[in-house]
Design a protein around this ligand. Structure first.
Ligand code: ZN
Length: 257
């Protein structure tokens, strides 16, 4: 079984006490890599520490999360842009628009998102997009900046069939699927039947969104197996095949070696 956790905040303090055990469990579950999106300037040190401790296994991205776009967003962006010039990252992330928690900085969120989309073109990197109640807005920004030059993933995808079609119309964007797909009240499995596995990659969004039967607990990369199991049910193919196809999609998008 091969699998890559394409979105995992395992540098968060929730893992301070037992990160090495978490990594051991991930490896024995078949997790080949863990891709780590950044949040803001506060999380950079932790992100780099884990990337250094598990070099080549826990791989960092760099970006400013939309819920961290506030009064000081220009300063935050400057610091993050500096980071991109100093070392290599696998993607610009996580970036995007979140209109669920707070709309105060909607205009600034869009500006910050477009700015970071342009960086991804400059550095020839994919983007990891956080979009909550904002898929149409994110798509508009992508089209503004230049859809044919951008590639990436809508992480934690949970949209409608219409939104799924709009994302796939962008051509170079995939859907990041996590534990939400295992929740009983989720309509995601029905929506996903509108497409095939060539557009899907697997993630946890750890420490959040643990799949069933761990819902409500701390999530961790080894639980990606539960997401793969659910996808195997939805598409009626073996779990090994799910792992193989989603890993291939991930390797292609992120140029993971
Ligand atoms: Zn995240």
């Amino acid at each position: 079984m091969r699998i890559i956790d394409t979105h995992s905040h395992i540098y968060a303090e929730e893992f301070d006490a037992d990160l090495s055990e978490v990594i051991t469990r991930a490896k024995s579950a078949g997790v080949e890599r863990i891709l780590m999106p950044n949040i803001d300037i506060e999380s950079i040190d932790r992100l780099h520490r884990v990337a250094g401790d598990y070099e080549g296994y826990c791989i960092p991205m760099m970006g400013l999360h939309p819920t961290s776009v506030g009064e000081d967003w220009r300063n935050q962006l400057n610091v993050i842009k500096q980071q991109l010039t100093k070392r290599s990252y696998i993607a610009v992330g996580e970036i995007g628009i979140d209109l669920y928690w707070d709309k105060t900085f909607e205009k600034e969120q869009k500006e910050a998102f477009e700015e970071q989309l342009r960086w991804s073109i400059d550095y020839d990197l994919p983007v990891a997009i956080h979009s909550r109640d904002a898929i149409p807005e994110c798509i508009a920004c992508i089209r503004n900046v230049g859809v044919e030059r951008l590639k990436g993933v809508f992480h934690s995808f949970g949209g409608t069939e219409e939104e799924l079609r709009e994302i796939l119309n962008l051509q170079n964007f995939l859907l990041g699927i996590n534990g939400v797909v295992t929740f009983k009240n989720s309509t995601l499995s029905t929506v996903l039947k509108q497409t095939d596995l060539s557009h899907i990659i697997i993630e946890t969004d750890a420490p959040y969104l643990a799949p069933m039967p761990y819902r409500g607990k701390r999530n961790e990369p080894s639980y990606t197996v539960k997401v793969a199991e659910k996808l195997s049910e939805i598409y009626n193919v073996s779990i090994e095949e799910i792992g193989r196809i989603t890993t291939d999609n991930t390797v292609k998008l992120f140029s993971v070696s």
